[in-house]
Design a protein around this ligand. Sequence first.
Ligand SMILES: Nc1nc2c(ncn2[C@@H]2O[C@H](COP(=O)(O)OP(=O)(O)OP(=O)(O)O)[C@@H](O)[C@H]2O)c(=O)[nH]1
Ligand SMILES: [Mg+2]
Length: 433
Amino acid sequence: MLSEKDTIVACSSPPGRGAISVIRLSGDKAFSIIKKITKNKLKKQISVVKFPLDADLIEKCVLTIFKAPNSYTGEDIVEISTHGNPYIVEEVIKKCLDSGAKIAKPGEFTLRAFLNNKLSLDQSEAVIEIINANSKASLKAAQNSLEGGLKVKISAIQDKLRETRVLVETLIDFTDEDVNVYIEEVKSKINEFKLFFASFNEDMKAYSSISNDVKVVVIGPPNSGKSTLINAIIGKKVSIVNEKQGTTRDVVTSSCLIDGIRFVFSDTAGIRKTLNKIEKEGIELSKKALKSADIVIYLADKENDFDKLPIAKNKKNIFVLNKIDLTNKKAPVGGFAISAKTKKNLKSLKKALAHNFLKLNQEELLSVNIRHLDLIKKAYKNIALISPGLVSSNLELVAENLRNCDELLGEIYDPISSDDMLGKIFNKFCIGK
Ligand SMILES: Nc1nc2c(ncn2[C@@H]2O[C@H](COP(=O)(O)OP(=O)(O)OP(=O)(O)O)[C@@H](O)[C@H]2O)c(=O)[nH]1
Ligand SMILES: [Mg+2]
C-alpha cells in the first residue's frame, strides 16, 4: 500500500461516456513515459498532442503537466484529457502501463499527497467528503476541513489542555507543602476543561451529523400518522398511508434538504404488542432504526401513548402530537402539536429539526467522521477519570491522563501511522483519486 516508487496511472473522471475523460499519471517517470509515447518534449504546461492508441489510431488530447512538488501528490503529474470514451481511456492506460506505469489503487493519489506532506490525514479524509457531499452544508464542512479547519479546532482544544498539563507536570517536581497551594487551581482548571470539552464534543457530533446527513427516525404507535408526516415533509408520497393499523412494515427511508442541510427520514412500523409475525419483525426493525438516529420524532395522536414507546437515551428527542385537525390538543412540553394531514404547524417542526444545526456557525462547519468521533470519545474518557480526589492524591496519574488525551486528539490530524489504518482510510476512495 505504501510503496511510493512506482509511477501510477488511472482514470480520474467517472467511468462511461462523456465530453471528456481525464487520465492521471503520477510519479518520477510520469514525464518520461508521456514523452516516449507522444514524442512531445512537454515544454509547455498545457499542450495539445497526438496520442497514438494503436499503429493506425491516434487520439488528439490535451496534456497538463504539474512539476513536483507543486502538484496534488507532490510528484510529477501528467493529466491526459481525452474524448470521454471508455475504449480511448482503456487504450491510453494500456500504453502507459506498457511504458512502465503501474495501475493506481483506490485512493493512491491522495495517499501519496498525504505521504508527501501535501495533506494531513484529516485533510485527505476531507477530499472524499467533498466527493460524497450532497448538501450545501456538508460540502462547506468538507471544504473547511480540506483547508485545515479541523486541525485548527483540535489544536485549540489541545492548547487549552496544555495549560493544565504544564501546571500539573511542573507540580510533580514540587515538594508537598508547595503543591497544596496550586492543587485547587488544578482542580478548577480540570473542571473548566471538562465543560469546554463537553461543548466541543457537542459541536463535533453535530458536525458529524451534517457531514453524514442528519438521520431522523419517526417512531410511534400504529396509525398515529408517521407515514403521512414523512410524506408531508418530503413533499411526495414515499410511504403508503392507510387507516388500517400496521400498514408500514419495513423501514422506508427518504431524504430532503431543509435550510441547506440534508435530512434522511426513516418511516417505521408502528410499535404495539402484536402476535403477527411479520409485524413483529417490522417492530424489531423500528427499534433497530432508533439506535442509528441523530434525532427521534415520537409521533402519537394521544398524549398517553408516548409512555408506551421506547425512548432513546442520548438522542435529540422531539415529542409530537398529531391530528389536531380532529380535536384540539396541547403540545407536549418542548414538543409540537400538528396535523400531518393539513400540514398545520409543520413549518415549526421542520424549523426545530434544522435549529440544532443552524445554531452552529455555517462558515465554520467541519467534516467529522467516525474515526474522529472515536478518538474524541477515547480522549474524553481520560479526562472523565480525573476526579478532584485523584488530583489531591496522584498527580502523576493525572499527568498521564492529560497526556493520553492530548495524544489521542493529535491522532485526528497526525496519526501514529500504521499501514493497516491508512489502508482502511484510503481504500474508501475511488480509483483515480
Ligand atoms: N385527520 C387526520 N388524519 C390523519 C392525520 N395524519 C394521518 N392521518 C390518517 O391516519 C391514518 C393512518 O395514517 P398513517 O400515516 O398511515 O399512519 P402510520 O403511523 O404510518 O401507521 P402505521 O404504518 O400503520 O404504523 C390514515 O388514514 C391517515 O390519513 C392528521 O393529521 N389528521
Ligand atoms: Mg406507516
